[in-house]
Design a protein around this ligand. Structure first.
Ligand code: TNX
Length: 721
């Protein structure tokens, strides 16, 4: 028998913060939620969605929500309300939701869910699920509407494939944050992910990566074949699922560059030449021919199927980072240039945009394209530009009269590192949550005339070259940065305040996300040289080990001062339930041995990173091969004097530059007094072997047994302790 009446908080921790929130009597009176509350009116799906979430918390389950006429949730439609806007009024006898659309109603429900215990988000109750009898919601009046109409998330499923179940969960997470656009980056160099009935090879060939596949493996994917695609049936299901949650899915077919997956499936789409030109990402032969009519026939057929699958107004056709030089060597492209009087290959980008606009129009669609399409101004002004560089580029799009959305890489790229010690790219910058939050899509712009209206909004973008490993890393990269994107897109600029946002995350929103099943990123503890540790949030704990191993959920919690003669072996991580930060140590306590060593290798290296680098023991100086390694290749480290040490870490990838390491190979050790090498471990997922020698070591040898994931590998200096 449950007797405790749980107290709700006085002020709600909404994310994103609504435009107006008032507590008429300071939260003194309440609406009591229990199994007897009645639901009146409302869109069918919305009501089902609400009931389904309520049933995760309130006992008993079932349809008893028809109940008490004196306490109800009522949905009313009033035409004058803005698109996606709503009001939500909580009084002791009823919760009144007013909106003009089912979208507004849906967002009122999202706000309402944030007034309830975070368990409303839990995915399935376990056998020991605790259901509540009642919950008190303080009386409140909310009037709300979004600042921008485009609040999006771009997800690259080409580089790393994410299956249907995961996409559906991702859509749920976005909806909980009032995000309304899902830009689905379905094709790129590393995978074609949408079934096209007329061209089955796109997914038979172009959807698979691996050592023996048409497309190379991914960073950290090892040797296994991996990939996949969405059938047209999957797509329809996903599109409908999103639409129910007020999310429009915009498909991207990335053309005419970034097209390796298309080109390996149907090589006839390439230009007629054999030049191996490198794209920014180091791909070759990934630019399609824009001079031949057959290209447009094929694209027309593809777009026809895409247009039938996606009800969105726009289809994104790519147009970025195209190696236009490829067209220089192509007789067909050159002939077209002559005919058009073009002097530069880049002009063909404009031609391509124009042709695609016409094809899309046949199927009732408008073009969305990356910023490169602005230069030629060939597509009409009712198409949409997606900017990924800074505000200057956005300004150019606006000045040219194009409506635009920004995915500014310096603030909104979710594949960048949060801090230097974490995984991710760095080329655009290091992007912590505060940096995302600090962004305003209107900052630094000249908005004279009607230009402000052209800024449709923003989206976070998650590129997935580095996301194959570890599990849940996509969630780590997205959250809580996407929470910040959501608030930038929704909340009036004058109400935004990072400290307040961060406090809302800490008090309540982490717990919501945990219940949503998101394995989000939490900051590592601060550890100073004296061993003082500070936990980043009061409702998290720091766990530690003293043997140099990774802390786990069952490691002890730091409660006081730790006294040890071996501070170099201490490791700390922040935990929120089973969500874990990266591991940190006490700075300056580890001592590295740098015994004189001669290093040789069977592998040719690039000039700037020769094998001799490895004798310097400098973190920033590694060896990089010129080619993929092959069976029988080796790197041999021979010490001048036998080395006595506790561990030798043989690290082969380059964690700073995310460069490939050895996946097929092992390490062997020559001990003092022995005449033969003793085999040790094979390289693990982190391209690493850790040796714990019990005798002095004369030599260490990396033995290669097969190829690697990339086109070459890097090898780091030995770490000897
Ligand atoms: C740039 S942004 C790209 C992507 C990469 C990303 C990595 C854009 C249009 N192109 O192809 O995945 O950088 O951060």
């Amino acid at each position: 028998m449950l007797t405790t009446v749980l107290q709700a908080q006085q002020a709600f921790d909404f994310v994103p913060a609504p435009a107006q929130v008032q507590y008429p009597d300071g939260g003194a009176s309440h609406f009591v939620f229990d199994k007897n509350v009645r639901i009146v009116g409302g869109d069918d799906f919305n009501v089902r969605y609400l009931r389904e979430h309520l049933a995760r918390v309130f006992n008993p389950l079932g349809d008893s929500w028809a109940g008490d006429p004196t306490r109800s949730i009522e949905f009313v439609r009033v035409k004058s309300f803005p698109e996606e806007g709503y009001s939500l009024e909580v009084t002791p006898s009823r919760i009144l939701v007013t909106a003009s659309t089912r979208a507004g109603e849906f967002y009122a429900i999202q706000t309402l869910l944030q007034m309830l215990p975070p368990q409303v988000y839990r995915r399935a109750e376990g056998p020991d699920a605790m259901l509540l009898r009642q919950w008190e919601v303080p009386c409140v009046e909310i009037v709300d509407q979004p600042r921008f109409s485009w609040r999006g998330s771009m997800f690259d499923v080409s580089r790393t494939f994410f299956d249907k179940a995961y996409i559906l969960r991702h859509l749920d997470w976005l909806a909980y944050h009032k995000i309304n656009k899902f830009h689905w980056h379905l094709t790129d160099d590393n995978g074609w992910r949408v079934e096209i009935k007329k061209y089955p090879k796109l997914t038979q060939v172009g959807a698979w990566r691996g050592r023996n596949e048409a497309l190379d493996p991914a960073y950290n994917s090892g040797e296994e074949r991996f990939g996949g695609f969405y059938t047209q049936e999957d797509i329809r299901e996903i599109v409908a699922y999103a639409a129910d949650r007020n999310i429009e899915i915009i498909p991207e077919i990335d053309l005419p560059g970034h097209s390796k997956a298309l080109a390996v499936s149907y090589p006839e789409i390439l230009c007629r030449h054999n030049e191996e030109l490198l794209s920014v990402q180091g791909e070759t032969r990934n630019v399609i021919c824009v001079g031949r009519e057959n290209t447009y026939k094929m694209l027309d057929n593809i777009i026809k199927e895409i247009a039938q699958l996606f009800p969105s107004k726009y289809i994104h056709i790519g147009v970025e980072e195209v190696v236009t030089e490829s067209w220089k060597y192509c007789p067909d492209c050159q002939e077209l240039m002559k005919e058009k009087g073009y002097t530069e290959e880049r002009q063909l980008l404009g031609y391509f945009g124009e042709r695609m606009e016409k094809i899309l129009a046949k199927y009732g669609k408008k073009v969305e394209a990356w910023e490169d399409v602005v230069e030629a101004k060939t597509i009409s002004r009712d198409n949409l530009v997606l900017v990924w560089h800074d505000q200057k580029v956005l300004q150019k799009a606006l000045d040219a009269g194009y409506p635009a959305v920004t995915q500014n890489c310096y603030y909104l790229y979710m594949d960048m590192k949060y801090t230097p010690a974490e995984r991710g790219h760095t080329w655009a910058s290091i992007i912590d949550v505060e940096k995302v939050y600090s962004f305003d899509p209107l900052q630094g712009l000249d908005l004279s005339g009607d230009k402000q209206k052209l800024v449709r909004g923003l989206q976070g973008g998650l590129w997935t070259e580095l996301l194959f490993y570890p599990p849940h890393f996509s969630e780590y990269q997205l959250f809580p940065r996407m929470c910040a994107v959501a608030e930038v897109g929704w909340t009036p600029q004058e109400l935004r305040n990072y400290a307040d946002f961060d406090a809302r995350l800490a008090r309540t929103h982490f717990e919501r996300m945990w219940n949503m099943g998101i394995r989000f990123r939490i900051p590592a503890p601060d550890v100073d040289a004296q061993g003082n540790v500070r936990c980043p949030y009061p409702n998290m704990v720091i766990r530690y080990t003293f043997d140099g191993t990774e802390p786990t959920v069952s490691s002890p919690v730091v409660t006081g001062r730790i006294v040890t003669d071996h501070p170099e072996n201490l490791r700390f991580a922040t935990f929120y339930a089973d969500v874990k930060s990266i591991t940190v140590e006490v700075p300056g306590t580890r001592t590295y041995l740098k015994p004189a060593v001669k290093v040789s290798s069977s592998m040719e290296t690039v000039k700037r990173q020769p094998v001799e680098n490895l004798a310097l023991y400098e973190k920033s100086k590694s060896m990089r091969t010129a080619n993929p390694p092959k069976e029988g290749d080796y790197v041999l480290f021979t010490f001048e004097e036998p080395v006595s040490c506790r561990t030798i870490t043989v690290q082969t990838n380059d964690p700073v530059n995310n460069f490939f390491g050895i996946t097929q190979g092992f390490v062997e050790v020559l001990y003092e007094g022995d005449s033969q090498f003793t085999p040790s471990d094979r390289f693990n997922m982190l391209n690493r072997v850790v040796l714990r020698p019990d005798r002095p070591v004369k030599a260490v040898k990396i033995v290669i047994t097969g190829s690697c994931e990339g086109k070459a590998v890097s090898i780091q200096p030995l770490i000897i302790e």
